[in-house]
Design a protein around this ligand. Structure first.
Ligand code: IMP
Length: 383
């Protein structure tokens, strides 16, 4: 995030020679891709470790930092961050004390929003040379964030419109010189919109105060569901399996999974069963039975989550009684820690910890099914 150093919303100055406690490190190549890094936990630091905004001399990364190096292939870059992810809720958290390495409250808040949504980020991992004189870089641009999942650089701006001309000039230059770089210049309103565009909605975290944190973000879900579809397509090549989903939690998973299966004409069917309601009334009841005849067919049972395994155990026994040619299980989530019935799982999306999760079809009292990610519900809401 560059700023002219004065004016409303301008980034406060850092001490010379200090970049919020982080050291310069020479990049091996200016066009080297940043390394994946776990987000840091700035807000989780002890108070004593928190710095107030350090003074920073940036001036658009001109001069000292850039000219210290011999050429475009030796622009300084900082190492990726490697500490663990913050679990601090974004909403309402103070941003006046901005911990290192951030230089501005907006950057800090953006990092916490990314953490909330489980989006991996790196802070200022790379500088792009913009101008050279006699083989030395005399001007460079260091975007605030790199988001590996989206392959996108983000530059945050809180400057008033009149002060953004210099930043816009650098952005234009960057796009000319490095057209392959995907970069967005964002105001706070814009970055909330951007996250929502990429499926990290709803727009503001405060709209789902019951959520503790995102456990599996959209991009990871999509990637893994695609992998499962590819595996199934490979394993069932030359066959036409019947996919049977267990309503209602499976809806999102089923619709994404079936579209990522490339073998032709897989039939799709659904069942619905009653869950235990604490009244001691008999066994699992089938509320909606199959429409397809599965005798002699290859069946894949698709589940949202296997917890104790007791529901699945019952359904598998029922399906086996219909004498399919084969029967396998594909579950998006496996809560192994709570397993009671030892059910065979052939395809597993993610093993998750012993937490109650919602979203992507999964509910708590019929709510949260429409969240595009898997999130952990706040513990105090659970019975
Ligand atoms: P099981 O019989 O204990 O394996 O329970 C399976 C069913 O319980 C799933 O199909 C879900 O409907 C529900 N369930 C278990 N854990 C969760 C959770 O963390 N979130 C939402 N539903 C869950």
């Amino acid at each position: 995030m560059t700023s002219p150093g004065n004016g409303i919303g301008a980034k406060p100055k850092r001490r010379r020679g200090s970049r919020g406690g982080r050291r310069h490190k020479k990049a091996t190549a200016a066009n080297a891709e940043p390394q994946a890094a776990e987000p840091i936990a700035p807000a989780a630091k002890p108070q004593a470790e928190l710095e107030t905004k350090p003074k920073r001399r940036r001036g658009g990364q001109r001069g000292k930092k850039a000219t210290a190096d011999a050429g475009p292939s030796r622009v300084t870059a900082r190492p990726p961050l490697t500490t663990t992810r913050a679990r601090t809720p974004v909403t309402g958290a103070p941003t006046e004390d901005v911990p290192a390495p951030f230089a501005h409250p907006a950057e800090y808040e953006f990092a916490r929003i990314l953490d909330f949504y489980g989006i991996t980020w790196q802070y200022e991992p790379r500088s792009f040379p913009l101008r050279w004189e006699q083989g030395h870089v005399t001007e460079a641009f260091t975007p605030d964030f790199y988001l590996p999942d989206l392959n996108m650089y983000v530059e945050i701006t809180t400057l008033k419109t009149g002060l953004t001309a210099e930043k816009n000039r650098k952005m234009r230059l960057l796009k000319q010189l490095h057209p392959e770089v995907n970069i967005k210049l964002l105001k706070k309103r814009d970055y909330l919109r951007l996250l929502s565009k990429y499926g990290y909605g709803p727009l503001a975290p405060e709209q789902v105060p019951e959520i503790d944190r995102v456990l599996i973000p959209v991009t990871k879900l999509q990637r893994r569901v695609g992998e499962l579809g590819a595996l199934i397509s490979h394993d069932y090549a030359g066959k036409e399996p019947v996919l049977i989903g267990i309503l209602r939690g499976v809806i999102c998973f089923m619709s994404d999974l079936m579209r990522s299966i490339s073998i032709p004409a897989a039939a799709v069917d659904f069942m619905s069963v009653s869950s235990y309601e604490g009244n001691g009334s008999g066994a699992v009841r089938i509320l909606k039975d199959l429409d397809e005849n599965i005798k002699g067919r290859d069946v894949i049972l698709v589940e949202d989550i296997v917890d104790t395994g007791m529901t699945l155990n019952h359904i598998l026994e029922y399906l086996q009684s219909k004498r399919p040619a084969s029967l396998r299980v594909c579950t998006l989530l496996d809560k192994q820690a709570r397993r009671i019935a030892n059910v065979p799982l052939d395809y597993i999306g993610f093993e998750i910890p012993d937490e109650f999760v919602v979203g992507y079809g999964l509910d708590f009292r019929q709510r949260f099914r429409n969240l595009p990610f898997i999130a952990v519900l706040k513990h105090d809401l659970l019975p």
